[in-house]
Design a protein around this ligand. Structure first.
Ligand SMILES: Cc1ncc(COP(=O)(O)O)c(C=O)c1O
Length: 362
């Protein structure tokens, strides 16, 4: 019995990817041992590592000028590691602040060097939207411009190209990586923890322009230099082999499904159905995100009282709809509908929400 998992991360994984791991767990491809027990320098693991890289490149149509890295530390570590690499002495970096995670990224950069907010949509203590182009003022000499493509806590997402005014563009894509076909050529560095859209926790994917990585600072510890891992194919030291193996399974599932165009269609339909259900119940459910900023990955909403929100979570959990509590810093409710969450799960949630509203809306 599998539940309907709307958790924000670690999040639902595709059943096919889990079942493949189950089949291969004890004896990987007739080698007499699990992939977890193989050396990261051996042939068996190398095939998995290369396949994961190749699948990712093919799904994104990546050009030869971008490198793919499997890293550890989570996005939070890279909030610090990015300025350590790319913020050179005497420079300043620009951050577009659209939620709690971009605030943290900016704070870490300010610990490393000079960084400023090039735009912020914080209003009355909350973030409900993506800034307009006019609200963003890029420093023409910025070392780089950092954005958060999807704001996991507040349920907002960029739906237009980001103009970095010719400065290097860096994006934290942790909560919407691979949700649709994406041209990464405008980006110099993107990164995403795997535990939402592409695997278990413990590994982070970074895709970067080779020439940008090569310009990174050389006066920081070797293991923290992106150039070190890029040159070593992410095998400078022992990588999280089992997490990367699971990413391979998820990428193979996504490829079999028809790739990013196919998953985009499903993702758009899931978010359409869920927002339509919320919008159809008068003012019982309120989604605070501005219409043009609504996320297709994290749907956030409120009820008239916190007591009703608690009741909803309790009743939903009893019906096998789990992970609906909003982030502790924001409150309310949130359904994360990442790639692996099925239309069937969303339909089950829609039915539940309609029933709950009927029972409580006088
Ligand atoms: C957009 C975004 N950035 C960063 C993080 C932090 O990731 P981690 O816990 O892997 O450091 C999260 C986690 O939810 C996130 O959603």
């Amino acid at each position: 019995m599998r539940v309907h998992n709307f958790g924000a991360g670690p999040a639902a994984l595709p059943l096919a990817a889990l079942e493949r791991a189950q089949r291969e767990l004890v004896d990987f491809e007739n080698t007499g041992m699990s992939i977890m027990e193989h050396s990261h320098r051996g042939d068996a693991y190398d095939r998995v590592h290369s396949e994961a890289t190749a699948l990712l490149r093919a799904l994104l149509g990546l050009g030869d000028d971008h490198t793919v890295m499997f890293l550890t530390g989570g996005a939070s570590q890279h909030f610090a590691q990015i300025p350590m690499n790319f913020l050179h002495p005497g420079q300043s970096a620009d951050y577009i602040v659209t939620g709690g995670w971009s605030e943290k990224a900016l704070e870490e950069a300010q610990r490393v060097g000079t960084a400023r907010s090039a735009a912020s949509t914080l209003e009355n203590g909350r973030y409900t939207r993506i800034p307009s182009a006019e609200e963003i003022s890029i420093d023409p000499a910025a070392a780089y411009v950092h954005v958060t493509s999807n704001n996991t806590l507040y349920g907002t997402q960029w739906h237009r190209e980001i103009d970095a005014k010719g400065r290097p563009l860096i994006s934290d894509m942790s909560s919407d990586f691979l949700w649709k076909p994406t041209d990464l050529s405008p980006y110099d560095f993107v990164y995403a923890g795997a535990q939402k859209n592409l695997g278990p926790s413990g590994v982070l994917i970074a895709i970067a322009r080779d020439s940008f990585v090569a310009q990174g600072r050389k006066d920081i510890p070797t293991v923290l230099r992106y150039a070190t891992q890029s040159k070593a194919r992410s095998l400078y030291n022992t990588p999280p082999t089992f997490a990367i193996y699971m990413v391979r399974n998820v990428l193979a599932w996504l490829t079999d499904l028809g790739g990013l165009a196919a998953i985009e269609k499903i993702n758009r339909e899931k978010s359409r159905r869920l927002y339509a259900a919320l919008d159809s119940q008068g003012d019982f459910y309120r989604a605070p995100a501005a219409l043009d900023s609504r996320s297709t990955m994290n749907v956030v909403w409120r009820l008239p009282t916190e007591a009703l929100e608690e009741e909803l979570v309790t009743k939903a959990t009893a019906e096998g709809l789990i992970g609906l509590r909003g982030h502790r810093s924001v409150g309310g409710l949130r359904a994360s509908i990442y790639n692996a969450v099925t239309l069937e799960s969303v339909d089950a949630l829609v039915d539940f929400l309609k029933q709950f509203a009927r029972a409580h809306h006088a």
